[in-house]
Design a protein around this ligand. Structure first.
Ligand SMILES: [Zn+2]
Length: 427
């Protein structure tokens, strides 16, 4: 049976980066009709009531109905070690990340964390995520099974590492990475809302043979996404140069082995050289900005203005647990702060677009999730624009929806998420 959700509604007609801040539709007294997990219609409340007289009604009052947030880069196995103190990337991996990831050899532990992680996402209004798992195939099964139980559209893949820069106990081989990834892809890709993502962690922990094997697998399955890391820290880039002396630059360590094409997701992409920017744009690969991670690990300032102006595809992500929050609200705030340090104040519409349509576009599902429109999947949230006294007193004097939303972006957290719906179902 159809359900009519009443409340404020905000959706996008275009990209605010390309079409301006008015490329959005806001209805103060709106109605969204959901049926069978899809959005059937949306418009002014009275028109929706008249057109759908038999729909059940859920009245969200002053709540703002938005598309669920889409987190385009995360590491669910790092849930338990988020906010670990005091290290930069390479030491942080060795001291905190790798020991934790070893625990995922135990399928029971993987299931426990996968369920905990997805419940944290839903509490923070995130309905879709693209996550790394660990080298253990069971860690992938655990996440997809937990996503299936909740009905969530989740993208994930087995992290591949076969170089001796990764610790004993957390290494596969070129052949096993190919075989395991291929078997997981066959098991999960396109099953319900699951999408398999080919996942070399990054070139410093893979041999050329492994990168080639994964490039070959991607060529066999070009509809899959491929995720990895690129140019996060300057000492990491120097390390890549020492491991791949023949490479023209960091991106070349992927490009040379078949790992640069549409559907490529390159996390961080901070310290890019001109050739890298040119090739990323030409190929239509996506860059994923992880602002809380970039400040937390001390990586650098992403060039949002320059990259979006030159037509790069950019998504937004937490990079949990290098990132310091599960919240895409906090992530939008950090994106704003980083852009301010580069003298480009991102508008609330741009921040919200990055956390929804931008990430969905990077994941090549912008026609299905990340916006509210007839025919799209009914993943949406209800946001309280006055969730704390501090936010309420500021939003009360707002003169338009963007000014009303911005205090929640800057100061809000999971308390602002009144309700999260996945395929229409309240979770
Ligand atoms: Zn990452």
């Amino acid at each position: 049976m159809a359900t009519l959700h009443l409340g404020q509604i905000l959706s996008f007609d275009g990209s605010p980066f390309e079409d301006g801040h008015d490329a959005a539709w806001h209805e103060r007294h709106g109605g969204l009709v959901e049926d069978g997990g899809k959005i059937l219609a949306l418009g002014p409340a009275e028109a929706m009531r008249a057109a759908h007289p038999f729909a059940g009604i859920v009245d969200h009052g002053e709540g703002l109905i938005l598309p669920g947030f889409v987190d385009a880069h995360a590491h669910y196995p790092q849930t338990g070690m988020i906010a670990s103190w005091g290290k930069r990337l390479i030491d942080w991996l060795n001291h905190y990340t790798f020991p934790e990831e070893m625990r995922f050899a135990d399928p029971a532990y993987a299931h426990e964390i996968a369920g905990r992680y997805l419940d944290l996402l839903l509490a923070h209004g995130t309905t879709s995520v693209c996550s790394y798992c660990t080298i253990h195939p069971g860690s992938v099964d655990a996440l997809f099974e937990a996503a299936e139980a909740r009905g969530m559209r989740v993208f994930a893949g087995k992290t591949c590492m076969d170089r001796d820069t990764a610790p004993e106990g957390l290494r596969d081989s070129a052949q096993s990475a190919y075989d395991d990834s291929k078997a997981l892809l066959a098991r999960w890709h396109g099953k319900g809302r699951a999408s398999y993502v080919i996942t070399p962690r990054f070139s410093p922990t893979s041999t050329v043979a492994q990168l080639e094997a994964l490039g070959a697998l991607w060529a066999e399955h070009p509809d899959c996404l491929m995720q990895t890391h690129l140019s996060e820290q300057t000492d990491e880039i120097a390390w890549v140069k020492s491991l791949y002396p023949q490479a023209r630059d960091y991106l070349d360590t992927y490009e040379s082995y078949g790992l640069l094409r549409p559907g490529g997701l390159f996390g961080h992409a901070i310290h890019l050289e001109p050739r890298e920017r040119g090739r990323l744009r030409e190929t239509g690969a996506a860059l994923v900005h992880c602002p809380t991670s970039n400040t937390f690990i001390g990586s650098g300032l992403f060039d949002m203005d320059g990259l979006t102006k030159e037509g790069q595809i950019v998504g937004l992500a937490t990079d949990t647990g290098g990132g310091s929050s599960f919240s895409m609200l906090r992530t939008m705030a950090a994106a704003y702060e980083i852009a301010q340090l580069r003298h480009r104040p991102l508008h609330a519409s741009e921040l919200l677009w990055l956390a929804t349509q931008g990430s969905a576009r990077a994941l090549r599902v912008a026609d299905r999730i990340g916006n509210l429109a007839p025919g799209m999947e009914a993943d949406f949230i209800v946001l309280d624009l006055a969730s704390t006294p501090a936010i309420a007193q500021r939003s009360a004097r707002a003169e338009d929806i963007w000014e009303a939303l911005f205090p929640t972006i800057m100061m809000g957290d999971d308390r602002a998420i009144v309700e999260t719906r996945v395929a229409g179902k309240r979770l």
